[in-house]
Design a protein around this ligand. Structure first.
Ligand SMILES: CCCCCCCC(=O)SCCNC(=O)CCNC(=O)[C@H](O)C(C)(C)COP(=O)(O)OP(=O)(O)OC[C@H]1O[C@@H](n2cnc3c(N)ncnc32)[C@H](O)[C@@H]1OP(=O)(O)O
Length: 208
């Protein structure tokens, strides 16, 4: 589902407001940021049809109606996770289809100082592995199990890559794996199981 420039602009300004709240501890400075953002919000709302965005997010997620707090371009609590697809190439040389997103997490996603909160790490891996679980025509499936190891701190304010792929399929079960890397170093690994509900994975002739 495409997101209008006005909706995306409003999402970005709301993210800026959230960021100001966690960044500005001085009320006068916070008030000044709030006034600026409120003015920008009001100006755009005057005529939504003329709002333009130079670098719109191009959602390529396999989830058609993405309103999730994990990757939606119109949900300001979501990290700006722009999921893409590729076949792992020369370096890995195994031809595996993969979903991935390069993302910069600002202060509102902080857990320990300077590091991304572990729950947000899990959220992003759940979403990217979930997207990969829906590769080429596979029926809808839900996360049944997600196991993480936190190998190192995932840094704020610099690009990290979240990746996920299918490791094997057994009937309704898709076993998934993925990781987050920062500067090529793995900071978190995930393994998971996605399962299609019985009625969705039954052959068409046996569906009632
Ligand atoms: C629009 C964008 C959406 C983005 C979504 C992002 C991802 C999400 O957040 S999904 C939401 C969170 N997850 C959920 O809500 C799922 C909740 N769970 C469910 O609905 C159900 O458990 C469901 C549908 C996954 C599976 O239900 P059901 O078919 O009853 O599974 P169940 O019988 O327990 O297990 C199926 C098989 O897997 C096996 N199995 C279960 N767990 C495991 C495991 N950990 N390892 C190996 N096998 C397992 C079972 O033994 C069973 O085997 P068999 O078929 O041989 O008997």
């Amino acid at each position: 589902m495409s997101v209008s420039p006005f909706a995306e602009h409003t999402t970005r300004l709301t993210r800026s407001l959230i960021n100001a709240l966690v960044s500005e501890h001085d009320d006068a400075a916070l008030a000044s940021r709030v006034r600026e953002i409120a003015a920008d919000l009001s100006a755009a709302a005057e005529d939504p049809s003329v709002v333009e965005i130079r670098d719109p997010m191009r959602p390529r997620s396999r989830f058609r109606l993405d309103l999730t707090p994990a990757s939606s371009a119109r949900n300001p609590i979501a990290p700006p996770l722009e999921i893409r697809h590729r076949v792992r190439g020369a370096a890995e040389d195994d031809g595996t289809a993969e979903s991935y997103a390069d993302v910069v997490l600002p202060l509102q996603y902080q857990g320990p100082p300077g590091r991304v909160h572990g729950g947000i790490v899990a959220l992003m891996l759940d979403q990217v592995l979930g997207d990969a679980a829906h590769a080429s025509g596979l029926p809808p499936a839900f996360t049944r199990e997600l196991t993480l190891t936190y190998d190192a701190g995932t840094p704020l304010n610099s690009t990290v890559r979240v990746s996920g792929r299918i490791s094997r399929i057994e009937g309704r079960k898709r076993f998934m794996e993925g990781e987050i890397t920062a500067d090529g170093v793995v900071t978190a690994r995930a393994r998971g199981l996605w399962i299609s509900p019985r009625e969705q994975s039954a052959p068409a002739s046996s569906r009632s």
